[in-house]
Design a protein around this ligand. Structure first.
Ligand code: GLU
Length: 517
């Protein structure tokens, strides 16, 4: 067989929000294709009109764009193998369905829904296959005149795949190795429905993979049971030579307990299972997304890359380019991957630390503005109403190691922008001593000579003062923090006062003494 250019596809059905497992499938296809210098196709599998959900296609595109997963061709991306939306390929499928019938590999079936239902009632295990097909109403049991007549007068029919029993189908899965199936267990799958003149998933999927010259089908484990049928279809068409290689990715498992990760796990344990917020158009219910929860796209990519693949080294942090460089299907595991969402948060935190403070400032400024503070160009003394972007960057340098998400900013930083309005009761009870008011007065005298640009010098002076008076560093410094922050948290106190400045620090300490006495 001649070397073919690697071509993979991501082929979602627009039936709702793209699940995070689907995002991982797209990612692994992308990494594989780029590693091999190949192409990635975006195909929309919308032949099941009953399950079509408006907005789902746009949602999928927006999600993958946000994450930096790019396509070379497909719906919205151009290319020479289109159209790439299956609902626009009816005539193509029709032609291939006819070909299968002509080859004797498929047949027309006229059984009505009621008739099929009746068979199921008699026999719960009823399956339309080699054992039963000759007792059904189809082109194998009717005369050719009768078949022609029924079709011409517009009877509803399906086309079914005629699966011969007694064959063993071997899937050479790139992750799982050889997986064997017996054709005896397969039923004569419906390939086409005259009612809506559309093929089913199986036929459209195989015909398109063939026509779009797909070389590798990388998809979720849930599609493994469809693959023997797909292999038989390739054979029935005589396309064995160009049959793609298959790789079935491991399931994403619940973070706790057994079984597949579901949306309900996300609701129960409070983490998103979708890339972006999604409002179900039918019910109006909102499903939370990674983007809106404050995840960085790089963190989501890094997290997903390691859910089912490992580099074989200790390395955990990967840029997309590094992933492309190192990704290989044979380092994917067959065992399900536990969805450790705490690890997802860890990654976000790591990317937070790596982000440059100017970029991060742009992301947190909306939260500051929401609190009524205006961002201005020129530095000015603290007034609780204005600040510069440079100031925000300095604050970030001090507190970003406490943030997982940009949304954590204000809770960790409010005191850099506004004077405390109240003092946390527990901290007051613990940290404000009878001598605190007097000590704060003394501390202000100690700090008076400083312009607050040198936190190290101020700290030394404060230390010398506590030692000379035998106060011990803890008690006055805790009271000082309470006065400045309003509670017991925050970064180094002299770094805080350096930023808010001398005037504001003095104001806060004096006010605290007034209030707490
Ligand atoms: N349309 C299928 C899906 O929604 C595609 C499965 C496949 O990749 O073959 O995932």
């Amino acid at each position: 067989m001649q070397e073919r250019k690697v071509r993979v596809r991501f082929a979602p059905s627009p039936t709702g929000a793209l699940h995070i497992g689907g995002v991982r499938t797209a990612l692994y296809n992308y990494l594989f294709a780029k590693r091999q210098g190949g192409d990635m196709i975006f195909r929309i599998e919308d032949t099941d009109s009953k399950r079509f959900v408006p907005g789902a296609e746009d949602y999928i595109v927006e999600s993958l764009t946000w994450l930096g997963i790019k396509f070379d061709e497909g719906v919205g991306f151009g290319g020479s193998h289109g159209p790439y939306r299956q609902s626009e390929r009816r005539e193509i499928y029709r032609q291939y369905v006819d070909e299968l019938v002509a080859r004797g590999a498929a047949y027309y079936a006229f059984d009505t829904a009621e008739e099929l239902e009746a068979r199921h009632t008699v026999d719960a295990n009823f399956q339309y296959d080699a054992r039963t097909r000759m007792s059904m109403v189809n082109s194998l049991t009717l005369s050719s005149e009768e078949v022609k007549l029924r079709i011409e007068r517009g009877d509803i029919y399906t086309v079914r795949f005629k699966i011969e029993p007694g064959q063993t189908i071997t899937i050479h899965d790139m992750i799982r190795g050889e997986v064997l199936y017996k054709s005896d267990v397969l039923d004569d799958k419906v390939l086409y429905k005259s009612a809506d003149q559309l093929p089913t998933y199986h036929l459209a999927n195989v015909v398109d993979d063939h026509l779009m010259e797909v070389t590798h089908v990388i998809r979720g484990e849930e599609w493994l049971p469809s693959t023997p049928l797909h292999i038989l279809l390739y054979r029935a068409f005589g396309w064995e030579e160009t049959m793609p290689q298959f790789a079935h990715l491991p399931l994403l498992l619940k973070p706790d307990g057994k079984g597949k990760l579901s949306k309900r796990d996300g609701d129960r344990l409070n983490f998103p299972v979708f890339p972006l917020d999604w409002i179900d158009p039918a019910t109006g219910s909102l499903s939370k997304g990674y983007r809106e929860a404050g995840y960085f796209p790089e963190a989501v990519i890094n997290f997903l890359a390691l859910l089912g693949w490992n580099p074989g080294t200790e390395q955990e942090m990967f840029t997309m380019d590094e992933l492309i460089e190192q990704f290989s299907i044979d380092r994917c595991s067959k065992a399900g991957a536990k969805f450790d969402y705490e690890k997802g948060k860890w990654f976000n935190h790591q990317y937070m630390l790596l982000k440059d403070n100017s970029a991060l400032a742009d992301m947190v400024i909306p939260f500051i503005e929401k609190e009524g503070i205006e961002i201005v160009a020129d530095e000015m003394p603290f007034d609780g109403k204005h600040c510069t972007k440079a100031y925000v960057e300095k604050v970030l340098a001090l507190i970003k190691d406490r943030m997982i998400f940009v949304q954590d900013f204000w809770a960790n930083a409010s005191f850099f922008f506004k004077s405390p309005e109240a003092y946390d009761e527990k901290t007051v009870a613990k940290r404000w001593k009878p001598e605190s008011a007097r000590q704060m007065g003394e501390l202000l005298e100690v700090l008076e000579p400083f312009d607050f640009s040198d936190p190290v010098a101020m700290e030394e002076a404060a230390k010398a003062w506590t030692e000379a008076n035998g106060y011990g560093m803890g008690i006055p410094m805790n009271a000082f923090r309470l006065a400045v922050v309003g509670e017991g948290k925050g970064p180094h106190i002299f770094h805080i006062v350096e930023l808010i400045g001398k005037e504001e620090t003095f104001r806060r300490v004096k006010r605290c003494v007034e209030v707490l006495g």
